[in-house]
Design a protein around this ligand. Structure first.
Ligand SMILES: [Zn+2]
Ligand SMILES: [Zn+2]
Length: 99
């Protein structure tokens, strides 16, 4: 058993954040959902990488203003949409260089 470093909920299978190394519950495992310190450092070191503008829109939000569940759902779907868009762009760029 371990406890979520963000909300303190006990977790039998905690998620480890790859950015800050903390242990989190399912709800707070994403860097955006536990105000990840490691992610901030990661972003600074990688300044102009595409990750930057994927994460950017979500950091300005104040988590307490909306219901947790609603926020997690909207963030997940937004992120997936952005990843899909990024994938399409990458494929388009690849095709242009190959043809
Ligand atoms: Zn938690
Ligand atoms: Zn983290």
């Amino acid at each position: 058993m371990a406890r979520c470093s963000y909300c303190g909920a006990s977790e039998s299978m905690p998620f480890t954040c790859k950015f800050c190394g903390g242990k989190f519950c399912g709800e707070h495992r994403l860097p955006e959902n536990h105000e990840c310190q490691g992610l901030a450092v990661y972003k600074e070191t990688r300044g102009k990488e595409p990750e930057n503008w994927i994460y950017e829109p979500f950091r300005a939000e104040v988590p307490e203003e909306r219901s947790r569940v609603q926020e997690v759902v909207s963030r997940l779907s937004l992120r997936h949409a952005l990843y899909a868009l990024l994938a399409v762009l990458l494929i388009a760029m690849l095709l242009r260089t190959l043809l």
